[in-house]
Every structure is written in structure tokens, then in C-alpha cells.
Design a binder for this molecule. Structure first.
Ligand SMILES: CC(C)(COP(=O)(O)OP(=O)(O)OC[C@H]1O[C@@H](n2cnc3c(N)ncnc32)[C@H](O)[C@@H]1OP(=O)(O)O)[C@@H](O)C(=O)NCCC(=O)NCCS
Length: 164
């Protein structure tokens, strides 16, 4: 039995969502493919336990495309990340999307592991894209996981069936 509920974000959640995003990503904004996103203003889901946030996912629907903008688990290894991705996948399907995609960076080996084990496939590599992203968000660190230089964007994708 899950020890948390996966709940949709509501407009009144914006302030604390912005705080979580800031704590996790160094600013209220995230940058992907040259675009600035304010995750707190996007639809999403959170994992709730006793009104405490254990994880957060935000996404953006555009036509038949859904982009996962942020995914953060605050209790790694307890199934929260998987449950949040599943919630976004279901929401995308219900919105009529045919593809769910996201961007991660070359250093994020944990995310590459996580997403590929959940059915995402590598779709694109954008070498050097983070240099341009740093102009929009200077707080992006030079080094990421295990001291790997953060340089490139990787697109992962999953096609969504009309029915499971
Ligand atoms: C990537 C991330 C979201 C994964 O979240 P998570 O909550 O740890 O994910 P899960 O718990 O669902 O799965 C992680 C592992 O725990 C295991 N696990 C899940 N539930 C478990 C349980 N109840 N007991 C034991 N192990 C469990 C899973 O088997 C999984 O291993 P696998 O990937 O080898 O299959 C998380 O590491 C994170 O927030 N990273 C930092 C932010 C980030 O990089 N986000 C993605 C950017 S694009």
C-alpha cells in the first residue's frame, strides 16, 4: 500500500511549489530547449503524506505533445518518482497526447537510468545546449552529478497509446 497520495496541483499550491522548485533547481525557473518555464504555474502532481510534499512533477501539454518539465522525488527509492511519472502519463493520455517527452542533461545518469527503465527512449542529443541555457539561467552549475560537466541536453520520449 502506498504511504502517500498522488494529488493534482491546485492554483493555491503555487507558492510552495515555487519554493520546492527553487530548492531543487536553484531558481523558480527551469530552462529546456532554449525556453524558460515557471513550473509553479504549470499543471502537475505531488506526492502527499500528512500534507507533506514527498515529490513533485510538472508538465505542459501542447497539442498532442506533453512535456514533463520537472520531476523531483524528495524520498528517493520509495516509488514516488515512478508514481508521479505514471500520473503525468495518464493525464497526458486523457488530454489526447500521443507523445510524452522530457529533457535531461548529460550528467544526470540517475535520470537516464530511471526514465529508460520506465519505457522512455533516447530521441535527441543537443551537444552544448547548456551554454545557451546558462544565459537564461546563470545559476545552472558547471558541474553536475559525480563532477561531470553539465553541457548537453538529451531528449527522452515515450509514445502514448490511445488505450492501454
Ligand atoms: C529521478 C528521480 C525522480 C527518481 O525518483 P524516485 O522516487 O527515487 O524513483 P522510484 O523510487 O520510483 O524508483 C527508483 C528506484 O527505487 C526502487 N523502488 C521503488 N519503490 C521501492 C520500494 N517501495 N522499495 C524499494 N525500492 C523501491 C525502484 O525499483 C527504482 O529502481 P530502478 O529505477 O532500478 O527500477 C529522483 O532520483 C530525483 O528526484 N532526482 C533528482 C531530480 C532529477 O534528476 N529529476 C529528473 C530530471 S529530468
Amino acid at each position: 500500500m502506498a504511504l502517500y497520495d498522488i494529488l493534482p496541483l491546485q492554483p493555491q499550491d503555487q507558492a510552495w511549489v515555487a519554493r520546492v522548485v527553487c530548492a531543487q533547481w536553484g531558481a523558480e525557473i527551469v530552462v529546456a530547449h532554449g525556453q524558460v518555464f515557471y513550473p509553479a504555474r504549470l499543471p502537475g502532481f505531488w506526492a502527499a503524506h500528512d500534507e507533506q510534499c514527498l515529490g513533485l512533477a510538472t508538465y505542459q501539454v501542447s497539442g498532442v505533445e506533453c512535456e514533463l518539465i520537472t520531476l523531483d522525488s524528495l524520498v528517493p527509492g520509495a516509488g514516488v518518482g515512478t508514481a508521479l511519472v505514471e500520473a503525468v502519463r495518464q493525464a497526458a493520455r486523457q488530454a489526447g497526447c500521443r507523445r510524452l517527452h522530457l529533457i535531461t542533461t548529460n550528467d544526470n545518469l540517475n535520470a537516464l537510468h530511471f526514465y529508460q527503465k520506465r519505457g522512455f527512449r533516447l530521441a535527441e542529443l543537443h551537444p552544448g545546449a547548456i551554454q545557451a541555457a546558462r544565459r537564461l539561467k546563470p545559476s545552472i552549475p558547471l558541474l553536475g552529478e559525480d563532477g561531470i560537466p553539465i553541457r548537453d541536453e538529451l531528449v527522452l520520449e515515450m509514445y502514448l497509446p490511445e488505450q492501454d
